[in-house]
Every structure is written in C-alpha cells, then in structure tokens.
Design a protein around this ligand. Structure first.
Ligand code: GDP
Ligand code: MG
Length: 332
C-alpha cells in the first residue's frame, strides 16, 4: 500500500491508516492538506470529514516566544516528560515562510533530537505561507489529522514574530509564552497583545548564573500579568521558572496545563472556545476564497491597474476606486 502514489490511495485507505496509527499515512495526508492541487484538496477534505467522525480530541498547546527564547529545547524536554507518562505527542513547528531558508526548522529538529527518535512522537514543520495575513487553515487541518491519529497532546511551536501568535491562538487550547530571563526591561518591549493571549508564562533558561535574574523576572511578570484583563473567566495566568537543561519546571508546566484543561472543561469554556475557533476558521476560509476568486477574475485583472493609477494620481479617492473595481468585477 505504501508504494501507491497519493492519487492511488483511497479515502478509506487513508482513514484506516491514520486512525490505525500509521505515521506514514498521517504524513502523506498532511502533504495532501498542504497541496495546492484541487484534486488533492478535495481528497484531503474527504479524509478530514471522515476523521472528524471519530471524535478524538487532544490537548492542544501553543508554545510562543521570540527566536532564541528556548522553545524547541523546551519542547524536547516537555515532550519527553509527556512520553514518559505514556502519552502520544505530535509537534508541529510553524514554518515562517517559503521565502526564508528552512534553516530554523532544521535547527529545531536538531534540538528535538531525543524526542524525534521516540516512536510515540510525530514531528512535522507546517506551512504558514501562501495565506493572506499569515493565517493558515492548513495548520488547523493538520491538527485535526493528528487528533484522528490518536495523539493525546499536540504542541504547536510558532516562529515568534508578531502575527503567528495571534494565528496560533485560534487553534490551540492553551498558550505558553516563553521569555528569557532579564531585568524586566524587556517587559516594555513585548507587545501587549502577545502577553494578553498567553495563558501562562515560562521564564526559560533559569539555570546557572541566570537563576537569580530569572527569579526577578518571575515577579516582574506576575505583577505585569495581574494588570491584564482575564483571558478566560476564572483562570489566573501563572509564571513558572524552567530550565530545559536541568529539567526543572517541566513537570510543573504540564500540571498547570492539566489544571487549566480540567477547569475549562468543568465550566464548559473549553467547548465554547473550540466552537468559536471553528466559527472563525469557517469564515476565514470563506473570506480567503472570496479574495482569491475576486483577484483572479479577468475583469478585475483588466481593470485594476487603471483604477490603481487613478487613485495614486489623486484623480479619484480610494473609496471611489474600490467601488469602481467592485463594479468592474461584475462585468464579465
Ligand atoms: N542554559 C540553557 N540554555 C538553553 C535552555 N533552553 C535552550 N537553551 C539554548 O538556547 C538556544 C536557543 O534555543 P532554541 O530552543 O533553539 O530556541 P527557539 O528559537 O525559541 O526555538 C540554544 O542554544 C539552546 O541550547 C535552557 O533551559 N538553559
Ligand atoms: Mg525553535
């Protein structure tokens, strides 16, 4: 079966393989999800719809933070902790864009060396490019496939630059923000939005000579987080000290997440969150399709340069230009 091309494998073969735990077929289904070909897309959707009927659910965790904050190294220790507790783990590293080199992803894989050797673990870069505003419904679809494959925990590592945090917030249950120990000066530097979407903060590399300064950062962050509005009713953001090298704070991070999931499940908020995420995804995809369809219409292609020039030269306002382009699109 594995010798068949993507085209030859049936939806049934894919679904049986994925739900039966075949990493190979899971991997190939993700390739279908990421493909731009219409026939691949149609097959991917058929597989996803079937996979949903199994109703398997994982705990979905987003790991964010600036490059170098220690995300990949943290995931290596954290993932091993989970595996040692008998859990099946998937790690999706959001690939910044096709225009950048794949260097960071290669680096990430190297940092997850032990984890990537474990048979219970599935590690895969996921494409974020090609979508307006960096939104990637494909990452969401990949999460669904990993759930159907029986993963208990899905970890999504973001690239840590602006938009990707906001995007990851629309597809995970819990966001852990990783911060380097510092004097607290860096607090001003972080965008408020990134702090607001965090469900907890880990001060990383809290080992060796950084231990002292890490403790100071912890109190600084605790104070700063108290000033933020609640993200979820009844959940107080925690700040913990972690060292992936010494293995401290790793089990604690998992305990915080379990506690969060328990409370959010009991209050019904987790269900509400997931439903909101599905609603957002539905309309994101519709908007995305409409935009693509609009700009690929020959009438739009024909009219847009002329209208743009009129707007740029000040002959008409952007408002009139936009209306003119919309009208032009209706003439076929
Ligand atoms: N001392 C120490 N160094 C760490 C720790 N975690 C990561 N590092 C180092 O920090 C650098 C960046 O780590 P990486 O996981 O790639 O960061 P990412 O860009 O956020 O994924 C690497 O050189 C790691 O070895 C830690 O807990 N303690
Ligand atoms: Mg990394």
């Amino acid at each position: 079966m594995s010798h068949k091309s993507l085209h030859e494998l049936t939806v049934d073969e894919f679904v049986d393989g994925i739900t039966g735990g075949s990493r190979h077929l899971l991997s190939r289904a993700i390739t279908l999800v990421e493909s731009n070909r219409h026939d691949h897309e149609a097959k991917a959707h058929a597989i996803l719809d079937r996979c949903l009927t199994f109703g398997r659910r994982a705990i979905r965790i987003g790991i964010t933070g600036s490059p170098g904050a220690g995300k990949s190294t943290f995931i290596e220790s954290f993932g091993l902790e989970l595996v040692n507790r008998g859990l099946k783990v998937a790690v999706l590293a959001i690939d910044p864009s096709s225009t950048r080199s794949g260097g960071s992803i290669l680096g990430d894989k190297a940092r997850m060396e032990k984890l990537s050797l474990r048979p219970e673990v599935f590690i895969r870069p996921t494409a974020s490019s090609g979508y307006l505003g960096g939104t990637s419904p494909r990452t969401h679809e990949t999460i669904l496939l990993c759930e159907a494959a029986g993963h208990d925990v899905i970890i999504v590592e973001t690239v840590g630059v602006g938009q990707s945090e906001i995007v990851v917030n629309s597809m995970v249950d819990f966001i852990l923000l990783l911060m380097l120990p510092g004097s607290g000066d860096e607090l001003q530097g972080i965008k408020r939005g990134i702090m607001e979407i965090a469900d907890s903060v880990a001060i990383t590399k809290a080992d060796g000579e950084r231990s002292g300064i890490a403790r100071v950062s912890k109190s600084d962050f605790e104070a700063a987080l108290r000033l933020l509005p609640e993200k979820h009713t009844g959940w107080e953001r925690k700040v913990l000290l972690t060292s992936s090298v010494e293995g401290t704070g790793i089990a604690e991070a998992w305990q915080i997440i379990l506690d969060f999931v328990d409370r959010m499940t009991a209050s019904g908020q987790l269900d509400i969150l997931r439903r909101e995420q599905l609603r957002l995804l539905l309309y994101t995809i519709v908007e995305d399709r409409l935009k693509r369809e609009f700009f690929s219409r020959p009438s739009v292609t024909a009219a847009r340069n002329g209208i743009e020039q009129q707007v740029l030269s000040g002959a008409i306002t952007p408002f009139s230009g936009a209306i003119a382009l919309l009208e032009a699109s209706r003439t076929s």
